[in-house]
Design a protein around this ligand. Structure first.
Ligand code: SF4
Length: 469
């Protein structure tokens, strides 16, 4: 029987989605979108979907599982013929894993057909949903994509761009949308630019993706990031930029650099691996631990661990091996099996860590349960000392912008002092990167980032959240 309980997966900050779009006459856009989603799979593993437009109509396929699982039957892709496509990978909170919430959402109304994909979370989503329901709208999903679909339909405008100009100012919070009509692709980023979205170009057309690593996969060149408050409309005339709202404060999620994005992606013009290395070096400057080796928790902490090792002048070792072949149906070992030493996802390498003073680098501590298990594993493998260095400050507040965190009362950083956390996870030493140090490593104005989960200073509040935050 599958044991649920707490898994490592539950104890991580989780991005909720990756989006992809392509306008490319003469190309196999469904296949290219499949490859694009494959590159974005780290942003969501619960469901995947692709919709294609051919100038007259829109068709789509979606389902629960990894991209390779949903499209294991390749005839599904072959049926999606056209010159424009959108795709989506989704991570959902435990409450909304229903297949009905998989995207793209395809809707039909008097203005035509649209397929919508999105990443982020509206902080006034519940309020808007309630208002729309009172006015007669019926919702079939729990997604913010359906809210924008209803607002477009109720705008009274049959031209989609005009409808969006009316609808978008009603949305508050984090949203990146790609909307496809039978003959257009429209990219939208919220005024704070919480979630990333980049524009790329191929010989035959244009590509949009949450991260630039997807461009490499489909042979596209990076052109630029979509700006906060910008709408980019791509059709047979190429891309047209419309600034639908002025931005008073950019606030890209700093966790994109720390954890979410793939190291080979570039965000705001900076390579993610290089930023993580700088975070690691700064972390080691702030915590010059005496040790024998440095190791990182795969995969997200490896870049930072190499920076820590460089700064401390210590060997960087593969202290853990991660099993990369764990799919959605993975059965988490029960507490009894874990006690017997069953470690399927992450295994320490005894020959590397035994008898050593180890520096173990990780990206964040949410509840502390994962760190505790990793420290235990290292000790069981014979490590003489386990010093834990974290490339971000303690997480003290939940995210309202589409990142699945623990609830405020479950965040270990919100309740315990650092020395108490060290005791709780069993570390000989625990050091977090300071907020100032983290922001300096980004080499960009610190005002351009959201850091609310570290300091509770939220760039935008939802009407329903204003009192509770
Ligand atoms: S609160 Fe934290 S996780 Fe959420 S957008 Fe801000 S920095 Fe990112």
């Amino acid at each position: 029987m599958a044991a649920r309980g707490m898994s490592m997966h539950d104890d991580k900050m989780r991005d909720e989605c990756g989006v992809f779009g392509i306008y490319s006459p003469g190309s196999n856009v469904a296949q290219l979108t499949y490859y694009g989603l494959y590159a974005l799979q780290h942003r969501g593993q619960e469901s995947a979907g692709i919709a294609v437009a051919n100038g007259r109509e829109i068709k789509g396929e979606k389902g629960v599982g990894l991209v390779s699982e949903v499209f294991a039957d390749t005839s599904k892709l072959e049926q999606l013929q056209g010159h424009i496509a959108v795709g989506h990978v989704r991570y959902s909170g435990v409450d909304s894993t229903s297949p009905v919430n998989a995207q793209p959402l395809i809707v039909r109304y008097y203005g035509g057909s649209h397929a919508i994909v999105h990443n982020g979370n509206l902080v006034n989503g519940r309020k808007l949903r309630l208002q729309l329901e009172r006015e007669g709208s019926i919702f079939q999903t729990a997604t913010d994509s359906e809210i924008i679909a209803h607002l477009i339909a109720r705008s009274g405008e049959s031209d989609l761009v005009a409808a969006l100009k009316k609808a978008l100012p009603r949305l508050k919070g984090a949203f990146t949308f790609i909307i496809m009509t039978p003959d257009k692709l429209i990219a939208i980023r919220d005024v704070h630019g919480f979630r990333p979205l980049s524009l790329g170009e191929t010989a035959a057309g244009f590509v949009l993706a949450s991260e630039s690593c997807a461009f490499d996969t489909v042979g596209a060149q990076f052109v630029r990031d979509v700006k906060p408050g910008e709408m980019v409309v791509i059709d047979k005339n190429g891309p047209q930029s419309i600034q639908y709202a002025e931005t008073d404060k950019q606030a890209m999620c700093v966790f994109e650099y720390i954890y979410f994005a793939r190291p080979d992606s570039n965000l705001l013009g900076q390579n993610v691996h290089m930023v993580r290395k700088r975070l690691g070096r700064r972390l080691a400057e702030e915590h010059p631990v005496e040790a024998d080796i440095v190791t990182g928790v795969p995969d997200s902490s490896l870049s930072a661990a190499s920076g820590v090792a460089e700064q401390l002048g210590l060997p960087y070792e593969m202290g853990f091996i991660k099993n990369r072949y764990i799919g959605r149906t993975f059965i988490e070992p029960s507490p009894e099996l874990r006690a017997l030493g069953v470690q399927l996802k992450l295994n320490p390498v005894r020959q590397i860590v035994a008898g050593k003073r180890v520096v173990m680098v990780d990206d964040s501590i949410v509840r502390g349960t994962t760190s505790k298990r990793i420290v235990e594993m290292l000790r069981q493998a014979g490590a003489r000392e386990v010093n834990v260095l974290i490339t971000s400050p303690p997480v003290i507040s939940p995210c309202y912008y589409g990142v699945h965190t623990a609830k405020a009362q479950e965040l270990i950083g919100a309740h315990l002092e650092i020395k108490e956390i060290a005791r709780e996870i069993g570390a000989d030493y625990l050091g977090f990167l300071s907020e100032e140090g983290m922001l300096e490593c980004l080499n960009l104005p610190k005002e351009d980032f959201c850091t609310a989960c570290f300091n509770g200073s939220y760039p935008v509040l939802g009407e329903e959240d204003e009192e509770s935050v």
